[in-house]
Design a protein around this ligand. Structure first.
Ligand code: G4P
Length: 545
């Protein structure tokens, strides 16, 4: 493939995730985007809440039982010549490290807000990760068909709570208190919301007709929004123009300003203009940071990293799939690549792509795409594959867990299987595992960023390793990776003797101290100025001995 062709393929890739608090409408929006992409023909195909017949995006039995999405699925769909990769993140209040890691595999995010609730706690958490990576973020305010907060209020909240400037591309219009449409600021056209047409998902594929568009000074507008509504709209548009700077694309790409849209996912309203602007503005895969400088997606050979490993995608086959985000070059089926960590060469014969449960064999894929590779246990989260020189991407951080527990087998004779299973799940990145440096050997503690992660481990121990076990709480509440300020290795035995917390080693042999509360962390920080206590594991020196 020549470079021009490769560039063109990469230029039409858009790889993103939706960040939202549960119930903001992420599932609905995902489904509608697939509908606009012509991938699913019927509303309801993706959606799977309790009591619903089936789901396309849920894989694990447990998800079906609970009606929540625990795993992160990857959906690819076409839209107006673009290839969009949507990496889905779990929508449950209780989320896991998968969610964080997914945000390391995307080039941008869409922040979905409920118009009545604004910025909610989980949105804030996820936003923080996007911010760290300085990624471009769109804001879509959903459920405009329902009573909500004042739009100026919402803009203010995004700016003050999240510390990012918001630039409204569309602006909602109300008649009395009723939502009647949005005005597109750049064209000064009004998009009329017609509740009669709303929600009729009779529209299929890309043929969805969202409703009428009229210039703001068209006489028919008055009929729809009323004199007062029109006057108010003109005032508000003028106010937005004087109050805000012009939209700055560079600032958007650096994650400093977020284009904001208003719509209603369930009613297919406002999604078209959102999606069009999204495709136009959201950057295609950009150069990726590596430890030896940045890697251009189109001039380098094939490279990518594993951001997720999913076991048991297909229960009939008991298989494991490693999800690889391609960062540069292109991929051909059967290609020979090298795993940088081990130097091992492998041929990728049957990589798959996913439209939810439907898997297709990938013949070709490009930077920005995600492919699934069957894994016989050779991959770890963060592994790099390449067909050229060794590439080491900036590591995906391990995040400080907030929940700690011990897993106790019901049958003490199954202890060995339990330990083996836990090691596997930890290597796969499902859970964090800590081995205390003093105390009973074989004692392992689990750490999770969400309570549900612990439940997932318990469930998978029973279904995949045949070990029934219970989760027992431990008194620890805070975990910190420890390194020495001078870069020398940490003497974990000496640290353990200091008695500030439980000193442990994680699956990558990095020292981690578990504290019973913030106070003991602060005490340790005060008494050990020679040590750094980090919330993420990046940059922590791995023990060599
Ligand atoms: P989530 O994945 O972010 O958790 O949200 P989901 O899409 O499941 O949507 C949460 C609820 O909000 C659903 O209602 C959904 O129908 C509703 N919703 C989504 N978009 C809109 C919208 O634009 N307007 C309005 N009015 N509601 C919207 P539910 O009662 O939980 O389920 P359902 O039985 O109505 O589907």
């Amino acid at each position: 493939m020549d470079e021009t062709e490769l560039r063109a393929e990469i230029a039409r890739r858009r790889t993103f995730a939706i960040i939202a608090h549960p119930d903001a409408g992420k599932t609905t929006l995902t489904e509608k985007l697939l509908l606009y992409g012509g991938v699913v023909k019927l509303a309801g195909a993706v959606k799977a809440k309790r009591g619903r017949a089936s789901t396309v995006s849920d894989w694990m039995e447990m998800e079906r039982e609970r009606g929540i999405s625990i795993t992160t699925s990857v959906l690819q769909f076409p839209y107006h010549g673009f290839r969009i990769n949507l990496l889905d993140t779990p929508g449950h209040a209780d989320f896991s490290e998968d969610t964080y890691r997914t945000l390391h595999a995307v080039d941008g995010a869409v922040m979905l807000l409920d118009c009545a609730k604004g910025v909610e706690p989980q949105t804030k958490k996820l936003f923080r990760v996007c911010r760290q990576r300085k990624m471009p973020i769109f804001t879509l305010v959903n459920k405009m068909d329902r009573p909500g907060r004042d739009p100026f209020d919402l803009v203010g909240e995004v700016e003050s709570v999240l510390g990012i400037a918001a630039y409204p591309f569309t602006w909602p219009i109300f008649r009395g208190g009723t939502f009647v449409g949005v005005c597109e600021r750049s064209t000064r056209r009004v998009h009329v919301f017609d509740p009669a047409r709303a929600g009729s998902s009779a529209a299929v594929g890309a043929e969805i007709v969202e409703g009428q568009w009229l210039p703001v000074d068209d006489p028919a507008i008055v009929e729809i929004v009323g004199e007062e509504g029109r006057a108010r709209l003109l005032d508000e548009l003028a106010l937005l123009d004087v109050a805000g700077d012009r939209f700055d694309r560079e600032k958007f790409e650096a994650g400093e300003v977020s284009p904001m849209f208003f719509g209603s996912a369930i009613n297919n309203f406002g999604l078209q203009s959102f999606l069009d602007s999204f495709c136009e503005l959201m950057p295609s895969p950009r150069p990726r940071a590596t430890v030896s400088g940045s890697l251009d997606p189109s001039t380098s050979g094939f490279s990518g990293f594993v951001f997720k490993i999913q076991a048991n995608m297909d229960r009939a086959h008991r298989d494991r799939v490693a999800f690889l985000r391609i960062c540069s070059g292109h991929f051909d089926r059967g290609m020979k690549v090298r795993q940088v960590r081990t130097g091992r060469e492998m041929r990728l014969n049957n990589p798959t792509q996913f439209v939810a449960q439907e898997r297709t064999i990938v013949e070709q894929a490009f930077a920005g795409d995600v492919i699934g590779i069957y894994d016989t246990g050779v991959f770890e989260i963060g592994d790099t594959l390449t067909d050229g020189p060794d590439v080491i991407f900036e590591p995906i951080p391990s995040f400080a867990p907030e929940y700690f527990a011990r897993l106790v087998p019901d049958d003490p004779l199954r202890r060995k299987q339990l330990l083996k299973g836990m090691e596997h799940l930890a290597q796969e990145g499902t859970i964090q595992l800590y081995r205390p440096v003093v105390g009973r050997s074989g004692e392992l503690l689990l750490g999770a960023v969400g309570q549900l992660q612990l439940e997932v481990v318990r469930y998978r121990m029973a279904s995949e390793y045949d070990v029934k076990a219970r989760v027992e709480p431990v008194p620890h509440q805070v975990a910190r990776w420890v390194s020495r300020v001078d870069g020398a290795p940490v003497d974990v035995q000496e640290l353990a003797r200091a008695g500030f917390g439980m000193v442990t080693i994680d699956v990558r042999d990095r020292p981690v101290v578990l504290f019973e509360g913030e106070w003991s962390l602060h005490a340790a920080e005060r008494y050990h100025p020679e040590l750094a206590f980090a919330e993420t594991a990046v940059g922590v020196v791995v023990r060599k001995d």
